[in-house]
Ligand binder design. Structure first.
Ligand SMILES: CC(C)(COP(=O)(O)OP(=O)(O)OC[C@H]1O[C@@H](n2cnc3c(N)ncnc32)[C@H](O)[C@@H]1OP(=O)(O)O)[C@@H](O)C(=O)NCCC(=O)NCCS
Length: 145
């Protein structure tokens, strides 16, 4: 298993991973490629025997960062991979004072993971998600550099 900065050659593997995690609401191949190309974006993958089994995408606007995607292959969950991807992202992002994200209120796994990194819920955005319709919790972490 390796964790590394994402390369264009990982795009198809990330697409398969996101399809398995998010079904019809998964990002398209074009969105994954566009995220990788953004100048202030940081994308990393976990690869196990040539299969992409973890993905994190982070982006920055001025001194504000956001985690825009995080996914771990269902068969590789609860083995510390989500934690390692967040740690890698935190050690790679510089010049940010806060990191924010949105997460489905029912997503206990992701919320627990983020809370372990001191993300705090600051508000709820009503009906933010479709398929199924659900509120988003907005979580923020202050970064001390
Ligand atoms: C959220 C997700 C990335 C977690 O990945 P993971 O590799 O299983 O997480 P880890 O094994 O690193 O777990 C780290 C901590 O997160 C919490 N956690 C992870 N899965 C959990 C679960 N199912 N229930 C409760 N807490 C959980 C725990 O605190 C865990 O620490 P512990 O194992 O010491 O108890 C994964 O479940 C996933 O891909 N889910 C679908 C996609 C998704 O929801 N993405 C987030 C969008 S905002």
């Amino acid at each position: 298993m390796i964790l590394c900065k994402m390369q264009p050659g990982h795009i198809a593997g990330v697409k398969d991973l996101l399809d398995s995690c998010f079904g019809t609401s998964a990002w398209s191949t074009e969105s994954i490629a566009a995220q990788l190309d953004k100048p202030d974006s940081y994308c990393a993958v976990a690869v196990d025997e040539d299969k992409v089994v973890g993905y994190i995408a982070f982006e920055k606007i001025l001194d504000e960062g956001s985690i825009v995607e995080l996914a771990v292959d269902p068969e590789h969950r609860r083995q510390g991979m989500g934690r390692r991807l967040v740690e890698l992202m935190l050690s790679s992002c510089t010049g940010v004072k806060t990191i924010c994200l949105e997460v489905r209120v029912s997503n206990t796994a992701a919320r627990s993971l983020y809370e372990a990194f001191d993300f705090e819920e600051i508000t709820i955005r009503k009906n933010y998600y479709d398929d199924p319709r659900e509120d988003a919790a907005i979580m923020i972490k202050k970064v001390n550099e």
